[in-house]
Design a protein around this ligand. Structure first.
Ligand SMILES: NC(=O)C1=CN([C@@H]2O[C@H](COP(=O)(O)OP(=O)(O)OC[C@H]3O[C@@H](n4cnc5c(N)ncnc54)[C@H](O)[C@@H]3O)[C@@H](O)[C@H]2O)C=CC1
Ligand SMILES: CC(C)CC(=O)C(=O)O
Ligand SMILES: [Mg+2]
Length: 362
């Protein structure tokens, strides 16, 4: 088994180092190989997703990814921007199904700005379609106005596009996931305005016929954004398109205490996966040693469970994370009165120590 380790930029390198430390202590039989990606790869090789990095990712059984991007690359041509690396990996590996579980750990209920009764016991699974929609639709581009009325004015356009097969396969992923949970799926779209969303809803209704044991409801995305903070526990499995899922999952992260707590798994049809925290490279805190590594560590646990057939090891990581939170250690993003503030490295060390202690005491 081989894991491609792609730390990327900003806090990516800091948090992935902690996840690797945790994987190392499990003493499992796999090989890890690292490569540059994003801005780091652009600096070294002139491209955010060099052929060698893509090849490593394709050949690996799983990819552990940090984050890419920095404001300093904002003026680069789009194909050279660091974010194209993660989009390119998703597309090239066919990672169409993105799982973003928003779980509020008991120990973090008080850290949230939401009322405890709203989030205690929260366990939502956001399933985001990841290789279609406006992030990939063609044509896209910019036009210089030529009519002379607005000399130099520019028009820019992107294309929101979904095909029936793309929606069918993500629908099945959501219904299958719901079967293992509460048997409820909420499909989120904007069908009152968008053609793509009308197709999305039609296809969801069609696929629902294959799953008579699962209840399907539909919600418009603006309402869903509101309901997520009003009554989050009413949701169980949420299935939505690429852009809406991007936005709603960052919102849902705050129900768990912080964006630093939301892991993710992006899978293709052969269960090969890329595992990354839901957040970005956080240039504002990069290099300070304060980023929360738990979303990445929990993503590594998802990797063990989904792609590497190591469910027991995944349980050990998740249980260690709970122990560490119970012991009162917190990075700044989840800190609250009465808990102990620690940095990225100390948090990773604490998870390693919790795993080691459990191994020794059984
Ligand atoms: N998958 C990826 O590689 C992603 C890359 N990005 C890129 O990341 C860069 C920064 O984007 P932003 O919009 O600032 O989003 P971001 O998610 O990087 O940061 C948003 C806010 O959350 C905080 N934050 C994020 N992760 C944290 C952690 N683990 N611990 C503590 N605080 C954390 C940051 O400090 C910041 O205040 C951009 O270049 C963006 O394109 C953004 C999202 C995903
Ligand atoms: C480059 C972006 C689409 C990454 C992002 O925000 C995400 O996947 O959550
Ligand atoms: Mg995002």
């Amino acid at each position: 088994m081989k894991i491609a380790v792609l730390p990327g930029d900003g806090i990516g390198t800091e948090i992935v180092a902690e996840a690797v430390k945790v994987l190392d202590v499990l003493d499992l039989k796999f090989e890890m190989e690292s490569a540059l990606v994003g801005g780091a790869a652009y600096e070294a090789h002139g491209h955010p997703l060099p052929e060698s990095t893509l090849k490593l990712a394709k050949e690996a059984d799983a990819v552990l990814f940090g984050a890419v991007g920095d404001w300093k690359y904002d003026k680069l041509d789009r194909p050279l921007r660091p974010e194209q690396a993660i989009l390119g990996l998703r597309k090239n590996l066919g990672l169409f199904a993105n799982f973003r579980p928003a779980i509020c750990y008991e120990q973090l209920v008080d850290a949230s700005s939401l009322k405890p009764e709203l989030i205690a016991g929260l366990d939502i699974l956001i399933i985001r379609e990841l290789t279609g929609d406006i992030y990939f639709g063609q044509p896209r581009g910019r036009r210089i106005a030529t009519d002379g009325h607005f000399p130099g004015a520019e028009e820019a356009f992107d294309t929101m596009r979904y095909s029936r097969p793309e929606i069918e396969r993500i629908a099945r992923v959501a219904f299958e996931a719901a079967r293992k949970r509460s048997k409820r799926v909420t499909s989120v779209d904007k069908n009152n305005v968008l053609e793509t969303s009308q197709l999305w809803k039609d296809v969801m209704l069609d696929i629902a016929k294959e799953y008579p044991d699962v209840e399907l409801d539909h919600m418009l995305v603006d309402n869903a954004a509101m309901q997520l903070v009003k009554a989050p526990k009413k949701f169980d499995v949420v299935v939505t398109g690429n852009m809406f899922g991007d936005i709603l999952s960052d919102e849902a992260a705050m129900l768990t205490g912080s964006i630093g707590m939301l892991p993710s798994a992006s899978l293709n049809s052969s269960n090969q996966g890329l595992y990354e925290p839901s957040h970005g490279s956080a240039p504002d805190i990069a290099g300070k040693g304060v980023a929360n590594p738990l979303a990445t560590i929990l993503s590594a646990a998802m990797m063990l469970r989904f792609s590497l057939n190591q469910a027991e090891a995944a349980d050990r990581i998740e249980s260690a994370v709970k122990d560490v939170l119970a012991s009162g250690l917190r990075t700044g993003d989840i800190w609250s009165e009465g808990t102990k503030r620690v940095g990225t490295r100390e948090m990773g060390d604490a998870v390693v120590a919790a795993i080691t202690k459990k191994t020794i005491t059984g």
